[in-house]
Design a binder for this molecule. Structure first.
Ligand SMILES: [Mn+2]
Length: 281
């Protein structure tokens, strides 16, 4: 199957941060050529008002909903054409729309430095990227009238919540049905065996979400919310390779590359190289 790249430059802060420029930076670094991917163009996904919606506590709630519909329609269209969608953010908020475009019962491999499990009131920022996993599993603000993912089908991998209070409370709030493997445990078990076990687990279709802050800031500093003690590039490749080969995989979203933190494009080129290697396998 071939990949179709779909740009979703959604920045949930509404402040036009560097995630908005990530799809352009990754294209300029050769993403489509290196993957031999079809070009799905860009979906309209924009938040241009940084105020929090009083009802949900979410920044730009109406625009998040609109962008999600557009992303969902884009994902469904790529799948209908028989390709695998590669949705390039933007930040993690893109995942809401992805699941609007996927069949019910699709599971989620969620690789992220954080758990993204705040809600509209516990989040300090109000950014959708603080809470998309809670929204998806029916815990955050109700944007779509239903949960989009069964928590029992979520595997939360590579996070390492900082030991200060707000984030620890966030980690404590994660739905207990979600299976978690934080970064230290993942390293201990070995990224390659963990990837193989996940790929072999069950038969339900799965989406793979990669927030690049799952990487250690020494490996990739060009993210908006870097978190120490993350994975290195080798861990990431070893983990993702078996997932990318799995017949259960419906597609991939890549979030949180901050192009403003990568003025000479070196991190974009490295990311494209790693993605093309693991996704071609
Ligand atoms: Mn995230």
């Amino acid at each position: 199957m071939r990949w179709t790249v779909l740009d979703a430059a959604l920045d949930s802060s509404g402040r036009g941060r560097g995630e908005e420029r990530a799809p352009g930076a990754l294209r300029a670094a050769g993403l489509l050529d290196r993957l031999g991917a079809h070009d799905g163009g860009a979906v309209h996904a924009r938040i241009d008002d940084p105020r929090r919606d009083p009802a949900t506590g979410l920044i730009g709630a109406a625009q998040v909903r609109e962008a999600s519909m557009a992303i969902g329609a884009g994902v469904a269209q790529v799948r209908a054409a028989g390709d695998l969608p590669l949705v390039v953010g933007g930040d993690c908020t893109i995942l809401l729309g992805v699941f609007l475009g996927l069949p019910a019962g699709t599971g989620l491999w969620f690789l992220d430095g954080h758990v993204d499990f705040f809600d509209g009131h516990t989040s300090e920022t109000g950014e959708g990227a603080d809470m998309e996993l809670s929204i998806l599993t029916g815990h955050g603000p109700d944007l779509f009238g239903r949960a989009l993912v069964d928590p029992a089908q979520v595997r939360l991998l590579g996070h390492r919540p900082p030991q200060d209070d707000p984030a620890r409370r966030e980690a404590d709030r994660v739905d207990p049905r979600i299976v978690q493997l934080p970064a230290p445990a993942l390293r201990q078990r070995g990224a390659a065996p963990v990837g193989r076990e996940l790929a072999a687990e069950g038969s339900a279709p799965v989406w793979l979400h990669l927030d690049l802050d799952v990487l250690d800031p020494r490996a990739l500093p060009a993210v908006t919310y870097p978190e120490p003690d993350g994975l290195d590039w080798d861990d990431l490749a070893a983990l993702v390779e078996p997932l990318a080969r799995s017949e259960r995989l419906l597609g991939l979203s890549v979030a949180d590359f901050n192009a403003d933190e990568d003025p000479d494009g070196r991190h974009a080129r490295h990311l494209v190289e790693v993605l093309s290697t693991v996704l071609a396998s």
